[in-house]
Design a protein around this ligand. Structure first.
Ligand SMILES: Cc1cc2nc3c(=O)[nH]c(=O)nc-3n(C[C@H](O)[C@H](O)[C@H](O)COP(=O)(O)O)c2cc1C
Length: 262
């Protein structure tokens, strides 16, 4: 399998584990994925709920929780650990500052356009920045701002199709429309990334996710030009996943008819 190179970060396996909030992907899952050669990702969403004993102040508990999870992950692996931070979170800025100060390898930011993400870096920062988008247009808008205002070219980009769930902005109709399928949007985002690459002389790896579940599908998506895939659901019922056993069991017990759009 092709390696995934993001600047000086080298993942031997081109798989990024998608950040999964409210205690699903913490240091346990992230370090296991990193140890296996992929990129492990801690989700920062809802850490204040898990660490509520540290502080009654939700934001303080989130900051403390993120530091703790990064520390624990670094104890368990020398591999690559990222943090997923949703733009829609009210404490987005504090979480980004914490991830950068704690030297997370990379931040993945979606659920909104992370237009000011590079503003949090300073000359000592080592953290790489990757926006999550669902169209080439969104990548172009972000790059216009990042490059125009901060002189910063994204280190990678994640493109998520409608099957990634989450906060992507697809309408109910678009979810089943082939024109918005991952297979349709990957080539567009790859083309936009290659164009930016030519203009700015920096490779922007494209990581594609949403419904990636088998080796065959990984092969198909990478043959459309993606440098790597992002997978979430696939990791949930693993031993190492940080989710509650009852949550994992609900996935195992689910049948096709239980899958629904909310
Ligand atoms: C339980 C769960 C929680 C998630 N939480 C987040 C999150 O906090 N932030 C985010 O950007 N994406 C989140 N996602 C989306 C994943 O990062 C990833 O893009 C998605 O799972 C990929 O699709 P797949 O599950 O079909 O592999 C979540 C997904 C799941 C299944």
């Amino acid at each position: 399998m092709k390696e995934l190179k993001i600047g000086n970060l080298l993942a031997k396996v081109p798989i990024v584990q998608g950040g999964m909030g409210v205690g699903i992907s913490l240091s346990g899952l992230a370090s296991a994925v990193a140890n296996a050669g992929g990129i492990g990702v801690i989700s920062s969403a809802g850490l204040g709920v898990i660490y509520n004993e540290f502080s009654k102040d939700f934001n303080q508990a989130c900051i403390y929780g993120l530091k703790e999870e990064l520390r624990k992950a670094k104890e368990k692996t020398k591999g690559i650990i990222g943090v997923n931070i949703m733009v829609a979170l009210t404490n987005f800025a504090d979480l980004v500052k914490t991830a950068i100060a704690e030297k997370a390898d990379i931040i993945f930011a979606g659920a909104g356009l992370p237009l000011n993400l590079p503003s949090f870096l300073d000359s000592n920062s080592t953290t790489k920045l990757a926006p999550i988008v669902s169209s080439a247009r969104a990548l172009k808008v972000i790059c216009r701002r990042w490059i125009g205002e901060y002189g910063y070219v994204p280190d990678a980009v994640v493109v998520e199709g409608p099957k990634a769930g989450g906060h992507l902005g697809y309408s109910h109709e678009q979810i089943n429309d082939e024109a918005y399928s991952l297979e349709a949007i990957v080539p567009e985002v790859v083309a936009a990334a290659r164009e930016l690459e030519q203009q700015h002389g920096k490779h922007i790896p494209v990581i594609a996710g949403g419904g990636v579940y088998t080796g065959e599908y990984i092969h198909n998506i990478m043959s459309l030009g993606a440098d790597a895939v992002q997978m979430g659901t696939r990791f949930i019922v693993t031993e190492e996943c940080d989710a509650d056993e009852g949550f994992k069991q609900a996935y195992i017990n689910a049948s096709q008819e239980d899958v629904t759009i909310i």
